[in-house]
Design a protein. Structure first.
Ligand code: BTN
Length: 254
């Protein structure tokens, strides 16, 4: 493992780079006691990277940025703990925008380019105990042939596919961390209002008919945005509003 000391930044955390890990989230969860707020665990390769609902996250050698950040706050300010994922999705979107890649955010915390997933976020931990792990997978130089082993019904893309050029993964990582720090700092100091305005501007689900699957009975209806603490709002055909903390959203075919 190589420890890179961050010389500036709001969090002053270090970046711990591992050649290979099962999962950066798993490592961070297991080693949380020795991590400081803002420490970043980065793996060049993950052998068992996973996403929400325990789905496999493809992490080919240094082509997908896979990081987990230790977030420690006692207590977490306002709704910070419940909107951590959304806040991070917006930071990823902003950092892609700087590379001329136009992305949208999709509840709960996916980042899409042309309807295809380019980044995923997995937040784990215990906010009441004062710590969380923010796991981010961003497809940077991942190729179409890397993706061929994935379910074609879940379209994915990478920065390299979208821009038809290769990116320096380390550089993208540093830029993204700076964007995350800025977004977090602004929200901790100024509240989440700007976040909601920003989410509305870049929301992939605006005006869509959707189905939310939470593992029990799926709810179909019209997407009605997000509550201020990060829950999705859906209005069903009887006009009744439903709100969910977590789940999977798919677009209804007409
Ligand atoms: C999802 O879309 O379901 C979330 C994907 C999160 C993947 C990242 S890669 C870094 C970190 N380590 C993991 O095992 N998962 C997250």
């Amino acid at each position: 493992m190589q420890r890179i000391l961050k010389d500036k930044g709001l969090w002053n955390g270090d970046i711990l780079v591992f050649e290979s890990l099962h999962s950066t989230n798993k490592w961070a969860l297991e080693n949380m006691a020795s991590l400081a707020h803002g420490d970043v665990i980065r793996a060049i390769r993950q052998t068992a990277g996973h996403g929400r609902f325990d789905r496999k996250w493809l992490s080919p050698d240094d082509r997908c940025l896979t990081i987990s950040i230790a977030i420690k706050r006692e207590p977490f300010a306002g709704t910070m703990a419940t909107i951590l994922g959304q806040l991070s999705a917006l930071a990823i979107r902003a950092s892609l925008d700087k590379q001329q890649i136009a992305a949208l955010v999709k509840w709960p915390n996916d980042v899409l380019v042309n309807g295809k997933k380019i980044a995923g976020i997995l937040v784990e931990g215990d906010s009441l105990a004062g710590w969380m792990v923010l796991g981010i997978g961003l497809n940077i130089n991942t190729t179409i042939s890397d993706f061929s082993q994935l379910d074609p019904m879940q379209p994915v893309t990478s920065m390299a596919i979208e821009r038809e050029c290769a990116f320096d993964v380390g550089r993208v990582c540093v830029d993204l961390l700076a964007e995350l720090e800025r977004t977090f700092d602004a929200t901790e100091k100024g509240g989440a209002n700007h976040l909601f305005d920003n989410w509305k501007l870049h929301d992939a689900l605006t005006g869509k008919q959707i189905t939310v699957n939470t593992g029990t009975a799926p709810v179909k209806g019209t997407y009605a945005g997000m509550t201020e603490d990060g829950r999705i709002r859906v209005i069903d055909t009887f006009g009744e509003e439903h709100q969910f903390w977590s789940g999977d959203v798919s677009l209804n075919s007409i």
